[in-house]
Ligand binder design. Structure first.
Ligand SMILES: C[S@@+](CC[C@H](N)C(=O)[O-])C[C@H]1O[C@@H](n2cnc3c(N)ncnc32)[C@H](O)[C@@H]1O
Length: 303
């Protein structure tokens, strides 16, 4: 693992130049050190040789194979040791193909809705950011950069929830890399442990703004939606005096939104505040190519 870095400038917002996002230097370094270099210089295990190195010259075909077959478009089981690659390798492959894109779509969502978040954060000192299916700290990184820039006096506590310990390890590495600049970070593998955590004042204090983040998570094949809704219905009612914000993002695919529709219908006291339900933007990939994406999103709030 790469150690703690002095990332002064990490909190510069990624550049948006003529509608295209590009990473600034320190963020670029973070992605290079934690994603690109470990991927390119991965030890030649028999599995990595067969699934990655032997494929390298096949251009788009290899991308398609990695994204659709190995990663199942981000929905593979990252905790399973079955299949062709061990969990840590699947996580690294996920980071290479999806982390930057998801990081930037979170940046885009925060930027588009900056007024909403700034208003909510204006009169409070603490935010508890609960990231369901946090992956490699993707939205956490984006939110912290956003929060430091737009409401620097408000402290964030980050609860990373992911059933895959290899993902939580990667999230921890990203947090450590960003060093002293980053936030208190707590790991949870099973979201049913959340109620016990929120009971503790280390995670939530009177007046905290609660943010529940569902970024590319609700279409997971390893999610029991009814179980999640039941837990949250019981839990959120206990915190109804807090302002609670729910963030949703997923790719533009109607079958990916079914769970969101069900989820939303279970929380009628929450109203939508998103400036738009679709985000579209271009960005520069880790291979310095231009890529355009569209994402469906929503922001709900109880107050
Ligand atoms: C598509 S990834 C998204 C990761 C991250 N939010 C991002 O945008 O990069 C989905 C994540 O949800 C996690 N996950 C899937 N089912 C889960 C469950 N039942 N409980 C907690 N995490 C789960 C996976 O391990 C994976 O890290």
């Amino acid at each position: 693992m790469v150690g703690v870095q002095n990332l002064s400038g990490l909190f510069d917002w990624p550049l948006c130049f003529n509608g295209r996002y590009e990473l600034r230097n320190n963020l670029k370094r973070l992605f290079t050190d934690l994603v690109v270099t470990p991927f390119n210089e991965h030890s030649k295990t028999p599995m990595w040789q067969a699934e990655v190195i032997d494929f390298i010259d096949e251009g788009d075909k290899v991308r398609k194979y990695h994204r659709e077959v190995i990663l199942d478009q981000g929905r593979t089981d990252f905790s399973s040791t079955e299949g062709k690659l061990p969990p840590a390798d699947k996580v690294l492959m996920y980071c290479k193909y999806y982390m930057l894109m998801h990081f930037l779509s979170s940046c885009r969502l925060f930027e588009e809705n900056q007024q909403f978040f700034s208003n909510k954060a204006a009169s409070i000192q603490r935010i508890t950011f609960i990231d369901f299916g946090c992956g490699p700290l993707t939205s956490g990184l984006s939110f912290q950069i956003f929060a430091r820039r737009f409401f620097p006096n408000c402290k964030t506590t980050y609860l990373a929830i992911d059933r895959a310990s290899a993902m939580l390890d990667k999230a921890r590495d990203v947090n450590i890399y960003a060093g002293g600049y980053f936030f208190p970070f707590y790991k949870i593998q099973d979201y049913n442990q959340l109620p016990a955590r929120l009971y503790n004042h280390r995670y939530i204090i009177d007046g905290s703004l609660l943010i529940l983040n569902f970024c590319y998570f609700l279409a997971a094949k390893t999610l029991n939606l009814n179980d999640l809704i039941k837990m949250l219905k019981e839990e959120l009612v206990k915190h109804k005096d807090h302002t609670i914000v729910i963030i949703y993002q997923n790719p533009v695919r109607s079958d990916f939104h079914e769970n969101w529709k069900i989820f939303k219908s279970n929380f009628p006291e929450f109203k939508s505040f998103a400036t738009s339900n679709r985000l579209a933007f271009e960005y520069q990939t880790l291979d310095a190519m231009s890529h355009g994406i569209e994402v469906d999103c929503d922001i709900l709030c109880n107050k």
